[in-house]
Design a binder for this molecule. Structure first.
Ligand SMILES: Nc1ncnc2c1ncn2[C@@H]1O[C@H](COP(=O)(O)OP(=O)(O)OP(=O)(O)O)[C@@H](O)[C@H]1O
Ligand SMILES: [Mg+2]
Length: 236
């Protein structure tokens, strides 16, 4: 479903992603783990077209979309729930959700069905649909960010650090939600610093270190890998 070939992304003189190749097959949950500044968010942004790719290719369903602008890439079935959630605090829950279906805004039936689907998936958001999003708890805002990404009915969901800043019990809820999304048939690329939980939910995983993939394997293999254990699993 997604193939990245030797992708490089730079910020001026800083090369943040230094030739990364990876793939995500339909129905898989694939995780990328890595330390702060490894280039994880940059890589996800390049997949949805929010950072330009300097070299290499991004293929969705085998089609080269390396230079397709972000607003058109939504139509290819890919959506990003960004790091830090990106929720608009003064807008209501419902308004935030509607932004996720912006590219389909003229299709009222599609938008209504998408709202109902996400309200059914996250009943808490339905209860709070008319509240300003800034009044939600951190965990609820994360659910909102995920639901907003799902409003465009993507086939591939990119999740950037959905557990960031949340309490352990809430993190469990987030990972439960990810498992449920997988059961519903969604393909997921998950970036996480909670390496243990992320590897536990992943079919396959990659380790990204200073812009390069240094290890890959099944979630289980990486959980058992001594290097991964010492570098990423120590404190969780
Ligand atoms: N807009 C930007 N302008 C310049 N440099 C940037 C920008 N965004 C990221 N960088 C740099 O690119 C590198 C990769 O950053 P990125 O945010 O992709 O890492 P990350 O793996 O997501 O880190 P974290 O775990 O902290 O979220 C870092 O060195 C960072 O300082
Ligand atoms: Mg990041």
């Amino acid at each position: 479903m997604l193939k990245i070939e030797s992708v490089k992304v730079s910020y001026g003189a800083i090369e943040a992603v230094k030739g990364v190749s990876l793939e995500v097959r339909a129905g898989e949950v694939v995780t990328i783990i890595g330390a702060n500044g490894a280039g994880k968010s940059t890589l996800l942004k390049s997949i949805v077209g929010l950072e330009p790719v300097a070299e290499g290719r991004v293929l969705i369903d085998g089609n080269d979309c390396t230079h397709v602008p972000a607003h058109k890439r939504v139509g290819l079935g890919v959506a990003l729930s960004p790091e830090g959630r990106g929720v608009f605090p003064d807008q209501t829950v419902r308004e935030n959700l509607l932004l996720g279906a912006y590219s389909r805004r003229n299709d009222k039936a599609f938008v209504e069905a998408a709202l109902e689907r996400e309200f059914a998936r996250f009943p808490r958001l339905k209860e709070r649909q008319d509240q300003p999003s800034g009044t939600l708890s951190g965990g609820e805002q994360q659910m909102l960010a995920i639901a907003r990404a799902l409003m465009s009915e993507p086939r591939l969901l990119l999740l950037d650090e959905p557990s960031l800043g949340l309490a352990p019990l809430i993190i469990k809820d987030i990972f439960d939600a990810i498992r449920q999304l997988r059961r519903s048939g969604l393909t997921i690329l998950l970036v996480e610093q909670m390496a243990k939980q992320a590897l536990g939910v992943a079919d396959r995983a990659y380790v990204l270190e200073t812009g390069c993939i240094t290890l890959e394997g099944s979630g289980r293999e990486l959980l058992d890998n001594p290097k991964v254990k010492s570098a990423y699993l120590g404190s969780h």
